[in-house]
Design a binder for this molecule. Structure first.
Ligand code: NAG
Ligand code: NAG
Ligand code: NAG
Ligand code: NAG
Ligand code: NAG
Length: 437
């Protein structure tokens, strides 16, 4: 008797569950069936159209043949300064020639799968600066030719793990400035052409070790600046050109096995960095707690920026024979500075002159190619530039800051810098003051 009543109450429970599930399902159906409103004319300047006003998510605009007639000659269509809760329907049915669609700052909230019907030429889609919060896993199912997808500056909190799966030609994706807390290990599965991924300014705490399983051969760029990353799996990449990880204050240690052309991990909370692979450019400045840096293949290293760190040893410097550019400003107790004399091709050097480094200045004349020398001492900074170009540095030349900025190319002059020419002895001219203003 008691067993019967138990099973009937179990049935009752199931029944209740069933009801509530059905209701949830119904709610989704209602919200995904907006009412279609025909747009007969568009306010366009060439291929840029504005002032489409459909802010209600229960309405979806559809572009009529008539409205799109003038746009058939363009490969790009730009919609902005509009209010489009839903992406308009039939854009590609009427404009199948479109290669690029930009819907920027249009308060876009929802994208229906069918909007991409007929998008057989669509290679670039930019939906930046909208209000997208969720994407359905089928959203891009019909946009199979996409090579670049821009979803930056939205409100995305989560992504279905298979939402990009149909995009097997995708090369670039920009998800910067969203609210992503996690990213699935399958997010980029099977996207063998994907080369550039931007996840800047999200709330990611970790990236799964398998995230780039199908991009192992080569990534051009991975960027995850300004997140909350606590760790990066050491073998997540095998080959990456540009790796940007700056402004992750919780990233205490970084150990990577990949070959990396350029690594930037400035302003993190880094204490230890170990790079096993071939590295060419390494920027780790402004990590006040960084006390360990190991570069196992320093023979390829060309650029090393470690200003404002807590390093004491850079023992690999003696093997960094290709080093061109070194910044060790603001390192209080660096004992390995003399070792750079083996970097015979060094062209730029920045360091802090104090009682410790003062003993080692005899290595400077051995650096024959040095043409930019920046010395910080007692909070003042002096820059010495070698007379590279006689035409430019003639004795009477009125050197101005603009010319100097040209000459220094990618060196950004610090604010209020005093510049002394190397022939200064006896030169009556006052030192030049330049700065980033
Ligand atoms: C991604 O979007 C951001 C914000 O709009 C932009 O600054 C950045 O240049 C884009 N990055 C790439 C690689 O396209
Ligand atoms: C720098 O290192 C010294 C000695 O190794 C340590 O006492 C100090 O706390 C470190 N500074 C920072 C900011 O981690
Ligand atoms: C540098 O060394 C001096 C003397 O050994 C020590 O007093 C000081 O705390 C050290 N500074 C750092 C940042 O480690
Ligand atoms: C550095 O050397 C100068 C002169 O040789 C000396 O007066 C000063 O006290 C030293 N400073 C430190 C921190 O040792
Ligand atoms: C988290 C952390 O310690 N970050 C520090 C890295 O270095 C910069 C500048 O040198 C500091 O401002 C950060 O606090």
């Amino acid at each position: 008797m008691s067993s019967v009543s138990r099973s009937s109450s179990a049935k009752m429970l199931n029944y209740l569950n069933y009801i509530s599930i059905a209701l949830v399902g119904l709610a989704i159906c209602v919200s995904t069936k907006p009412e279609e409103v025909a747009v007969d004319s568009l306010d366009c300047l060439e291929n840029t159209c504005t002032k489409l006003d459909y802010p209600d998510s229960s309405e979806v605009a559809f572009l009529t043949e008539e409205a799109t007639r003038e746009l058939r000659a363009y490969e790009t269509l730009i919609l902005h300064s509009s209010k489009l809760a839903n992406l308009p329907r039939k854009i590609f049915l009427n404009l199948p020639q479109l290669v690029e669609l930009d819907v920027l700052e249009c308060e876009l909230q929802q994208i229906e799968r069918n909007c991409f019907e007929g998008s057989r030429n669509l290679r670039r889609l930019n939906l930046g600066g909208n209000l997208l919060r969720v994407l359905d896993s089928k959203t891009f199912e019909l946009a199979t030719q996409l090579e670049e997808l821009g979803l930056s500056d939205n409100q995305l909190e989560d992504l279905p793990s298979d939402v990009f799966l149909p995009l097997n030609k995708l090369q670039k994706i920009n998800l910067s400035n969203n609210k992503l807390k996690t990213i699935s290990q399958y997010s980029f599965s099977k996207l063998g052409s994907l080369k550039s991924i931007n996840l800047d300014s999200n709330q990611l705490r970790e990236v799964p070790g398998d995230l780039f399983k199908d991009q192992q051969k080569h990534l051009t760029q991975f960027s995850a600046r300004s997140n909350q990353l606590e760790r990066i799996p050491s073998n997540i990449f095998s080959e990456v050109e540009l790796l940007l990880l700056s402004f992750n204050p919780k990233l205490k240690s970084l150990h990577l096995t990949a070959n990396i052309d350029e690594l930037q991990a400035t302003n993190c909370g880094l204490e230890s960095v170990k790079l096993d692979g071939r590295v060419v450019g390494v920027q780790l400045e402004d990590n006040l707690s960084l006390k360990e840096l190991k570069i196992f293949h320093p023979d390829n290293l060309e650029q090393l920026y470690v200003a404002n760190t807590n390093l004491t040893r850079l023992d690999f410097l003696s093997k960094a024979s290709k080093l061109v550019d070194l910044d060790v400003t603001g390192i209080e107790n660096l004992s390995d500075l003399p070792k750079i004399s083996s970097a015979k091709g060094l062209e730029r050097l920045s360091f802090t002159y104090d009682n410790l480094t003062s003993d080692h200045m005899d290595m400077l004349p051995r650096l024959k190619d040095l043409n930019y020398l920046e010395i910080t001492h007692d909070k003042a900074r002096e820059i010495f530039i070698k007379d590279l170009d006689e035409d430019f540095f003639v004795e009477e030349a009125e050197l101005n800051c603009e010319q100097l900025a040209d000459l220094l190319e990618f060196v950004e002059l610090p604010k209020d810098t005093t510049i002394l020419e190397d022939r200064l002895v006896g030169d009556p001219r006052a030192p030049l003051r330049c700065g980033a203003a």
